[in-house]
Design a protein around this ligand. Structure first.
Ligand SMILES: [Zn+2]
Length: 194
């Protein structure tokens, strides 16, 4: 973990430790009760924003061993970025001042499978999602492995955010935000840094 701003590094280490707790079957998150919610009724101070897939197996609070108020989570199928997703992340960066953005792709992603099957056709359905995934196939061709595809796409998502969001790019350039590219393995339960 070189060249990561100190605060972001601390938060990232905390989340990766939480992931180890999850894998070990020893979660420690305590702030999951009504009392916690009531304490946070009028404000929030999440320490990270997580962009994850809507996939039912990828639940950031559980796999990172977190409770209420810790993560600002944006979930969309295939972590397919577009204006709404970008602006949701911008809110976390500009208004909530999160120092860490985690882009969390995962194994066996249905969007990657579908895109690999359909490319280069543009079917009537799911067009905005496919438009956020097809550029990864452009130029390199279809992927033999959907998990590798998802990992490449995670980097593409970072590029998209850096190119299309002044708020995100400026925060990264000023070392106020670090973007961690991660991948979730369904067999081990592990979140790895890409
Ligand atoms: Zn997925």
């Amino acid at each position: 973990m070189k060249n990561i701003p100190t605060v972001a590094k601390q938060e990232l280490e905390k989340l990766l430790t939480g992931n180890k707790n999850f894998i070990a079957g020893r979660p420690t998150a305590k702030n999951m009760c009504l009392k916690t919610l009531q304490n946070l009724a009028l404000y929030q101070e999440p320490y990270a924003c997580v962009l994850s897939c809507s996939d039912s197996r990828v639940v950031p609070e559980i796999i990172f061993d977190c409770g209420i108020g810790e993560l600002f989570v944006v979930r969309v199928a295939g972590i397919a970025v577009g204006p709404n997703v970008k602006e949701s992340i911008e809110y976390a960066v500009k208004k909530l001042h999160v120092p860490l953005l985690i882009l969390l792709g995962h194994d066996d992603c249905g969007v990657m499978k579908y895109a690999n099957e359909q490319y280069p056709n543009m079917p009537d359905n799911f067009q905005s999602i496919l438009k956020s995934v097809y550029p990864v196939i452009d130029g390199v061709g279809k992927f033999d492995c959907n998990n590798k595809f998802a990992q490449k796409h995670t980097f593409w998502v970072e590029d998209y955010l850096m190119q299309n969001s002044d708020i995100i790019r400026n925060s990264v350039e000023k070392n106020k935000l670090y973007i961690a590219k991660c991948h979730f393995n369904h067999h081990s339960g592990e979140v790895i840094l890409l």
